[in-house]
Design a protein around this ligand. Structure first.
Ligand SMILES: Cc1cc2nc3c(=O)[nH]c(=O)nc-3n(C[C@H](O)[C@H](O)[C@H](O)COP(=O)(O)OP(=O)(O)OC[C@H]3O[C@@H](n4cnc5c(N)ncnc54)[C@H](O)[C@@H]3O)c2cc1C
Length: 385
């Protein structure tokens, strides 16, 4: 199970890069609702954010295993990888479903950092997890599609040049299967804003730059269709396993961050004339979290290995995301408890990471939906919806 030299080198290089952006950098961004523009630029220019882009399009051409290590180390450093993680997996929609012309047009410029593909628009206010029930409609009109509808929680759009948008091109009652009739588009965000696209930021619990989107006759050129018309669900679905694995890796990074912090504090903090970590009531919860995070990490590795080998990995990717998001949350809770009152002081950074890691039991897919996937598709239990 020893890590390859290449993985160790990636870990070490990402750690060094992140060390230049200390926790105060992230605290300031959180306080001021700012975006880590310099950090994302450096992560892109150093080639780490684009590891999944094939070499022929200017990336490193590495696998999800390497990408997962990048995301894990970013989170372990105290940073918030949610500011930039989407570029890794949204790019896969262009890579696997884009035409050769689209790949040549976009991927090298994404790899160089000239274009940012940080945003994907799927969720809608009235449909939630029931994705195929989404209402945003793209109607064909000459060489364009005309889009009307609404999206919610679309993150980083104000810091992205492109967005992958999922919309209905055929109403649900006119298709045989509910997954049919959806189409994916590449939207030029800067051209669209003010010309049929309105963006309204949502004030939220974490600094995730999420927005509501309103489409009012937004015109998208036909050449921006990704894949076949009506087959957009596949375009989005294909990126989902990578997304789950990478987010699970972020949670492993968060978990390790919390365990490092809790252990260090428990060794140093003296109460009743001894380190608090000498009390097993303080020590055991940290040790339990360590075991849980290590177990989740193994599932991340298994899912990534299957993904990179081109094997089915839906169950493993989902399990990795569920186990890692629960483990990181528990580690955050134990880290808070270990720090006592100081956990609430922003300068200790723990409360920010605690808020950030909570997201991953809900987005991009909630725990119940993962359990339902395992129940139905792995255990053969009756379908519930
Ligand atoms: C900070 C943030 C950033 C986000 N960024 C993006 C983004 O960039 N792009 C994007 O498209 N979306 C984004 N999302 C949306 C996110 O993917 C959804 O919030 C998530 O998928 C859950 O959907 P929902 O909020 O509509 O919950 P709902 O679908 O309304 O579900 C609410 C609760 O009910 C449970 N539930 C629902 N149905 C069932 C059932 N049949 N059985 C059991 N339990 C059920 C769910 O598990 C959940 O706990 C983001 C969300 C947040 C909070």
């Amino acid at each position: 199970m020893a890590e390859s030299v290449e993985i160790q080198e990636i870990r070490s290089a990402v750690r060094q890069l992140c060390a230049r952006y200390g926790e105060d950098y992230w605290l300031d961004l959180d306080r001021n609702h700012d975006y880590p523009t310099e950090f994302v630029r450096e992560l892109t220019r150093s080639g780490f954010l684009t590891v999944l882009i094939p070499e022929e399009y200017g990336g490193a051409g590495l696998g999800v295993r390497e990408a997962a290590v990048v995301m894990e180390e970013v989170c372990r450093s105290g940073a918030h990888a949610g500011a930039c993680h989407a570029q890794m997996y949204v790019m896969g929609s262009v890579l696997r479903h884009g035409s050769e012309a689209q790949k040549r047009q976009y991927l090298p410029r994404i790899a160089s950092g000239e274009l940012r593909l940080q945003s994907f628009g799927v969720t809608e206010p009235t449909t939630g997890t029931d994705t195929t029930n989404l209402k945003t409609l793209a109607r064909r009109d000459g060489d364009d599609y005309v889009v009307n509808g609404q999206k919610v929680w679309i993150s980083r759009i104000q810091h992205s040049d492109l967005m992958v948008l999922l919309a209905r091109t055929t109403p649900r009652d006119q298709v045989r299967k509910k997954t049919q009739g959806l189409s994916a588009f590449l939207v030029d965000v800067k051209a669209a804003e003010g010309n049929g696209l309105e963006i309204r930021p949502i004030e939220s619990m974490i600094n995730h730059h999420s927005c509501e989107l309103f489409f009012d006759d937004l015109r998208i050129p036909r050449e921006n269709l990704l894949g076949e018309e009506g087959e957009g669900f596949k375009v989005i679905l294909d990126g989902m396993n990578a997304e789950r694995i990478l987010i699970a890796a972020e949670c492993v990074g968060d978990g390790r961050y919390f365990i490092d912090k809790a252990s260090a504090y428990a060794r140093e903090r003296i109460v009743f004339d001894r380190p608090i970590g000498q009390n097993q009531g303080v020590q055991f919860p940290i040790a339990r979290c360590y075991a849980e995070v290590e177990a989740a990490s193994l599932m991340v590795e298994k899912a990534a290995a299957l993904f990179d080998a081109g094997e089915p990995c839906g169950a493993e990717a989902n399990m990795a995301k569920m186990l890692a998001s629960e483990a990181s949350w528990r580690a955050g809770d134990v880290c808070m408890q270990t720090h006592g009152g100081f956990a609430f002081a922003k300068e200790y950074h723990i409360e920010r990471k605690f808020r950030e890691t909570r997201l991953y039991q809900i987005a991009p897919i909630s725990t119940n939906l993962i359990l339902s996937f395992i129940g139905e598709h792995v255990l053969g239990l009756p379908r519930s919806f």
